[in-house]
Write a protein that binds this ligand. Structure first.
Ligand code: NAP
Length: 279
């Protein structure tokens, strides 16, 4: 089987490529720049940008499965952000159909739900709606734990400042998933030819506060929690952003926290036949 993985230079994409290569699969790594891990691997690299018009044959000929991980955080203007990510998902989905790809997997998020307020959650939901639940697979990972992505940024900030601002009470439920478990789950789902939506996240989860306590324990750092009024902070952040002032927390982060909901994942994990390693 030949797999094409977009966002192959990123945290999840690179680990997924490594896991597939370990299983002796053929891998086409799709990314804007040659991934740092490519040299010495058996993967083939093809240049890919979410904003490009795609040549289906050149990009995906001979590919059986596409796993779309690429997601741009860059555009700071909402219409451009949504267009880039949603249109980008549509382009690669259409290209996959034209190239005769058998399985399409879209890596979404548990931030994707109808009450989502962040651009991130809304873009994920809009892209999910482009998928055909009878043919495609939407994977919604929880917060992915490992040496990259948002988790690495959270840990890095805790190590640097020890300060954890708690917005909207800090009782939001975080549902972690280790990167190794996520990659295994995706590979099992592909093997089983699963379609529809699959939530891969800790079924119980833990509060935002406890999640940071757990990160702190692993790093030997005692977090200092600072409760802050979410609504006021949101207004202030929107103002500072309008003025072009960059802060470590963004209004987008707060909107994500505000609308965070707990997802049911136990039935999906049972379908996969896996137990997640606890964080
Ligand atoms: N990490 C998590 O906790 C988590 C949880 C749930 C869902 N997800 C989803 O999983 C996917 C991967 O996340 P991640 O944590 O691996 O993020 P990441 O490390 O930031 O990787 C994002 C990838 O997207 C690529 N990308 C960005 N803009 C692009 C563009 N214009 N054209 C082509 N590629 C572009 C990046 O390429 P460059 O290297 O060129 O920038 C990178 O390879 C995303 O869809 C994310 O929403 C992540």
């Amino acid at each position: 089987m030949r797999f094409a993985v977009s966002g192959a230079s990123g945290f999840i994409g690179s680990r997924l490529c490594a896991a597939l290569l370990k299983k002796e699969k053929n891998v086409v790594a799709l990314s804007r720049r040659e991934p740092s891990w490519l040299a010495g691997s058996k993967a083939l690299w093809k240049k890919y940008d979410l904003t490009d018009e795609l040549d289906a044959g050149a990009l995906l000929a001979g590919v059986d499965v596409v796993i779309h991980c690429a997601h741009s955080q860059a555009p700071d203007e909402s219409a451009r952000y949504l267009a880039q990510n949603v249109e980008g998902a549509r382009r690669i989905k259409v290209a996959a159909e034209k190239a005769g790809v058998k399985q399409f997997v879209y890596i979404s998020s548990i931030s994707s739900h109808p009450a989502a307020e962040s651009l991130y959650g809304r873009s994920k939901l809009s892209a999910e709606r482009l998928m055909d639940p009878a043919r495609d697979l939407i994977v919604r990972p929880g917060l992915v734990v490992g040496d990259g992505g948002i988790f690495a940024r959270m840990s890095g900030s805790l190590a640097k400042t020890r300060i954890v601002p708690l917005f909207f009470g800090g009782a939001q439920v975080i549902q972690p998933v280790w990167i190794e478990d996520l990659c295994s789950g995706i590979m099992i789902a592909v093997e089983k030819k699963m379609t529809g939506t699959l939530n891969i996240a800790d079924p119980d989860g833990m509060s935002y506060r406890d999640f940071f306590r757990a990160i702190g324990r692993r790093m030997g750092v005692e977090p200092v929690f600072v409760p802050l009024p979410g609504a006021v902070a949101l207004m202030c952040l929107k103002l500072t952003e309008t003025l072009g002032i960059k802060l470590p927390v963004t209004s987008e982060n707060l909107l994500g926290l505000k609308a965070m909901i707990k997802f049911e994942s136990a039935p999906d994990l049972a379908r996969l036949g896996i137990l997640l390693k606890r964080f």
